[in-house]
Every structure is written in structure tokens, then in C-alpha cells.
Design a protein around this ligand. Structure first.
Ligand SMILES: Nc1ncnc2c1ncn2[C@@H]1O[C@H](COP(=O)(O)OP(=O)(O)OP(=O)(O)O)[C@@H](O)[C@H]1O
Length: 563
């Protein structure tokens, strides 16, 4: 099939190297952005079909740029048009490859090569963590201040990667010395761009010092705890982790977009934030923006309402890395999809990195426009799976060390054996067990863990729990009306009840932070984050809170089973 390609298209493959086959994704390295764009824009379908036939199954291509690959010069003409001799040689090579059912790439004799991944282990040994500046809610008034993170701490930095090239080089420059006159090549189809992204170059540099907050540090809204350093790698997430590291080290070059999908609580958001931190630690001044697609939608609606679309556009198009969480929420929202389509095009055309997460692969995002779904498939798609028991134990161990929670290995193993899918629940169980021990001035042991987890994990499977049920039960438990619980009042008693209800929504439902905020009178997602963190902390400090949370959990679960 490759032999049937026009000569200029075969030229793009000539210097491409198949790197590894991971599941159904074939990773291909190319020397520069131009060739990547050509392969992604024009050859993807052909190559995927060809590989699909060879491997007798569906194969996706992910193209990454490796500037170390030498572009082979054409010795005769120094032009893109390949000579008859080369065509014949390429044909012969391709035919041989076909015969051997090996590689569709003209210059590769063995496919797939040994599994490997670029830059897999290189990430900072010290987190470029940001310091949380969260206010405490001790006064009579509710503290609903959104999470505000101060400047990053100075930390040792890894050796800087090579500078990123400015985006949008001319095709001629980008093809390298061997291609000579490019006039015969048609540029790849370029998506419409509303506004060009500013041409800025990311320069590797030292991390920002705390005394010198970088201009956009508050804008990034990254959770300081979600770094690569705190991310436990196991077989369930090795590939998405490696891909996340690769895009952080070479934003806009490695895979663009990178899309990570998987079920709730498996670390997708953690990876997004980790990319943000790592990019910021490697490239000083890099503009990184994290947003959930629900917030994107809300901000877009507000921008239209307030007639501030220009500001909105600038906010999302003038970035080096856009991290967008839970894109499934764009489904069915036509106008927001339209806006995101243009945002995506502007960034992608400018070689700015886009990373997306979703609860499903793009193919299954049925209520998404084809053109958007199609773009999501341009780069690398990878999934996170539920962790195996070893990874679950390692996550608990790390969490215990980070939060200074003492729990012996048999207890960690017990918790890990009981909670098998959602890592958020896994962490929640550890916090509850250690909090219970703390309140009773007891050591954490298996008997205690069994008691606590018995309440948490009922026999006979999990009933479906909704935010509405939690709100109704919490209101009744505290003698409040639902309107009071979800309304604007900030009396101390109300605030605690509301924060417990938010915490339970986070623990017992799969609703996202913005969605939970919506259930509580349209509060911001950062208010929900704050409530979750505060109740987690109070569980270990105040017996009353522990008891209230435990009793309410039981009531909610019992009610859910009955309905
Ligand atoms: N591999 C991991 N190592 C350490 N912690 C992890 C790992 N995976 C997930 N976690 C932790 O589990 C919790 C849930 O993860 P996260 O919020 O990233 O999940 P998610 O896939 O984005 O879920 P959702 O789709 O519901 O938003 C977080 O506290 C996160 O730090």
C-alpha cells in the first residue's frame, strides 16, 4: 500500500521510524513537525488501514517528533521529488516489507521493535510543588474562598531539555536540509483559525522562586499535590504516565493532542495537573491552563452574557499548554463545542500542547460533533485502567507517607483488597480508618480496619447514590431544609452540614467537582474541593464530625438500597 503512495508522501515516511506498538497504538517517530502534520493530516488513514491488515486488527497511529532523527538528503536533486531510482528502491523495500508482513515504513526491517518509550523515566525527583494558600473556616461565617495557590517553591530542576522551537515554522525550514525546494508540496489542510496564537518561544529555565511569583501562577489552578512525583506507576497506567511525561518534556511536539480516558477516580486529573507542574518547572514562563470542560462551558456562557468573548478567547488561546478535563461534558453543547473547536484549531496550528481527558474513548462520545471527535483522534489516545492490587497497595503507602498517616502493611493490604476500582475511594477508606483510630486513641490494626470498612462497603454491592439523595439525607439529619442546605446562607452550623454533604457527594457519587457545585446553588468547584479537604482533615480531629459522616454514610447507603 505504501508503494502506491505518491512519491512526495512516501518521502514523508522515509525518515519515519516505528517506535513501538502499545496495545493497538503504533507510535511513529518523525524528524520534524512538518512531517508529523503531513502524516497526521494525510497519511493516517492509509497507514492505519495498512497496519490493520498486517496485524489483523484495528491499529491507531500516534506520531511524535524526535529531532534527533536525521532527514535523509536526496543526493541527486536535493528536491522533494524522488528520483525514479528511489521510487523503484522504495517500491522494492515496501514490497519486501509487505511480503514479510512487517512494517509499512519503507526503511524499517523489523516491526514492531522492542517496546520502548521516549523519556519515560525522566522527571524531576523533587516536585515543583506550589504552596497552598487555603484559608481556614473557623469563624462564624462560611469560608468558601476558592483554592488559591501561591508561588512555586524553589526546587532542584532536572537538566533542561532542548529549547522548543517557535511554532509555525515555514514548511521549507521545517523539512530540514535534505528537502530543498518545497514548492511542489501542497501544505497540509489547515484548520480555520480565528485568532493566531502569539508566537512565543518556550525556553527551558530555572523554576520560579517563591518570592517571585510568575505572572500566571494563580491562573494555572494546579493542585500542588498532583505531581508526577506523587503518581504511582503500575501496569494500569504506565503508558498514559509515559505519554504525559513525554508531552511535558516536549510540549506541542510529542503527541498533540494527548487524550487520556478511563473511569472515574483512576488518576486522569492527577496526570493533567502533573503535566502542568512539570512543564512549568522545565520551561520558565510557560503559560499553562487547566480547566474542566464544565467550567469552560460556564465561562463561555458567562462571556456571551457579559459580552466579553474576546477576553475569553484570549484566556484559552494565549497559552502554551491547555489541559482540559472531562471533555464528555461538551457532549450536546453545540455552541461550546463550536468555540472549543476554534480554540483547539488555534492552539494546534500554533503547535501549542493540548491534553484532554474523558470518561470514554472519543469514538464513544456520540453527542460530540464529528469534526471535534476527529481532532481528538489526531494525536495519542491512551487509557487508564483500574489498578492491580500491588499498585493499590503502593498508592496507599504513598498516600500514608504524604499525609503522615500510620497504618501497618497488613491494614493497607486489607483496604487495597476491599476497594478495587476507584482510587479516590481507596484513599477515602485509608483516611477514615486512620481517623477512627486517632479519635479512639487506638493503633490502626486489622480489627479496627474491618469495623470501619464494614460500614463503608456493604455486603451485596454498591447501590446507586445520587447527590439529591445525599442532600436530602443530610438536610434531614441536621434538621435543615434542602433550600437552606443548598442556599446562600453562611451560618456556621449550615456551613458544616453543607461541607459534609459536599464531601459525601465527592465520596459516594461519580459527579465531578463542578457538577457537585451546581447541586449546591451553583457554587464554584473550588468550594467543593475546599469542603472535601476540610472534612478529610476534621475526620481525624473531631469525633463529632467523624460520627456524623459515618452515620450519614450509613443512612444514605441504606436509603439507596431501599429505593
Ligand atoms: N497512580 C496514582 N498514584 C497516586 N495517586 C493516584 C493515582 N491515581 C489516582 N490517584 C489519586 O486518586 C484520586 C482520584 O484521582 P483523579 O481525580 O485524578 O481521578 P480521575 O480519573 O480524574 O477521576 P474523575 O473522572 O472522577 O475526575 C486523586 O486523589 C489522585 O491523586
Amino acid at each position: 500500500m505504501v508503494a502506491d503512495l505518491p512519491a512526495n508522501q512516501r518521502a514523508w515516511l522515509r525518515d519515519s521510524e516505528p517506535l513501538t506498538l502499545h496495545g493497538s497504538t503504533a507510535i511513529v517517530e518523525v524528524p520534524n513537525d512538518f512531517i508529523r502534520n503531513q502524516i497526521e493530516g494525510r497519511l493516517r488513514g492509509t497507514l492505519e488501514k495498512s497496519l490493520g491488515e498486517i496485524f489483523a486488527g484495528e491499529i491507531r497511529i500516534a506520531v511524535t517528533v524526535n529531532p534527533d532523527i536525521e532527514v535523509t538528503p536526496d543526493p541527486d536533486t536535493q528536491a522533494i521529488m524522488i528520483s525514479e531510482r528511489e521510487i523503484a528502491a522504495a517500491d522494492a523495500a515496501a514490497a519486501a516489507a509487505r511480503e514479510q508482513q512487517q512494517s509499512p515504513f519503507p526503511h524499517q526491517s523489523v516491526y514492531p521493535p522492542q517496546p520502548s518509550f521516549p523519556n519515560q523515566t525522566a522527571y524531576p525527583t523533587t516536585s515543583p510543588g506550589l504552596i497552598p494558600g487555603v484559608p481556614s473556616a473557623t469563624g462564624p461565617e462560611e469560608t468558601e474562598a476558592p483554592e488559591a495557590y501561591a508561588a512555586p517553591q524553589a526546587s532542584p530542576i532536572p537538566p533542561p531539555p532542548p529549547p522548543l522551537t517557535p511554532m509555525a515554522p515555514t514548511a521549507r525550514e521545517d523539512m530540514g536540509p535534505g528537502y530543498g525546494d518545497m514548492s511542489t508540496i501542497q501544505p497540509p489542510p489547515v484548520a480555520p483559525v480565528d485568532e493566531p496564537a502569539p508566537a512565543r518561544q518556550l525556553v527551558p529555565g530555572p523554576p520560579t522562586r517563591p518570592s517571585e511569583p510568575s505572572p500566571n501562577v494563580l491562573e494555572t489552578r494546579l493542585n500542588p499535590k498532583y505531581t508526577f512525583e506523587t503518581f504511582v506507576i503500575g501496569s494500569s497506567n504506565r503508558f498514559p504516565h509515559a505519554a504525559a511525561v513525554a508531552v511535558s518534556e516536549a510540549p506541542g511536539k510529542a503527541y498533540n493532542p494527548l487524550l487520556v480516558y478511563g473511569e472515574s477516580g483512576l488518576g486522569k486529573t492527577h496526570l493533567l495537573h502533573a503535566i502542568g507542574h512539570y512543564v512549568r518547572s522545565l520551561y520558565s514562563g510557560a503559560k499553562v491552563r487547566y480547566v474542566s470542560s464544565e467550567e469552560f462551558t460556564n465561562e463561555f456562557i458567562n462571556a456571551i452574557r457579559d459580552d466579553r468573548q474576546d477576553r475569553f478567547k484570549r484566556r484559552y488561546r494565549d497559552v502554551d499548554v491547555l489541559l482540559i478535563d472531562d471533555i464528555q461534558f461538551l457532549e450536546g453543547k453545540t455552541q461550546t463545542q463550536e468555540e472549543f473547536f476554534h480554540t483547539f484549531n488555534t492552539l494546534h496550528n500554533a503547535n501549542k500542547q493540548i491534553v484532554l481527558t474523558s470518561d470514554r474513548p472519543p469514538k464513544r462520545l456520540e453527542a460530540l460533533e464529528d469534526r471535534l471527535r476527529n481532532r481528538f483522534e489526531w494525536g495519542l489516545i491512551t487509557d487508564v485502567q483500574p489498578p492491580d492490587i500491588e499498585t493499590r497497595i503502593a498508592i496507599l503507602r504513598k498516600k500514608a507517607a504524604m499525609e503522615r498517616l500510620t497504618a501497618p502493611p497488613d491494614v493497607l493490604e486489607f483496604i487495597a483488597s476491599k476497594i478495587q476500582t476507584n482510587i479516590r475511594e481507596l484513599e477515602g477508606a485509608l483516611i477514615r480508618v486512620t481517623a477512627f483510630a486517632n479519635l479512639n486513641r487506638q493503633d490502626v490494626d486489622l480489627t479496627l480496619a474491618e469495623i470501619v470498612l464494614k460500614d463503608l462497603i456493604p455486603e451485596g454491592g454498591e447501590p446507586e447514590i445520587t447527590a439529591g439523595l445525599i442532600i436530602a439525607q443530610t438536610a434531614a439529619y441536621f434538621g435543615l431544609s434542602i433550600d437552606e442546605l443548598t442556599g446562600p446562607s453562611r451560618g456556621r452550623h449550615l456551613v458544616m452540614a453543607r461541607q459534609i454533604a459536599m464531601y459525601l457527594c465527592r465520596e459516594l457519587t461519580e459527579d465531578s467537582l463542578p457538577k457537585i457545585g451546581k447541586h449546591f446553588g451553583g457554587r464554584d468547584h473550588t468550594t467543593v474541593m475546599y469542603a472535601e479537604r476540610k472534612i478529610n482533615q476534621l475526620l481525624a480531629e473531631r469525633r463529632a464530625v467523624f460520627n456524623q459522616v459515618s452515620e450519614l454514610t450509613n443512612r444514605v447507603k441504606m436509603q439507596a438500597r431501599q429505593s
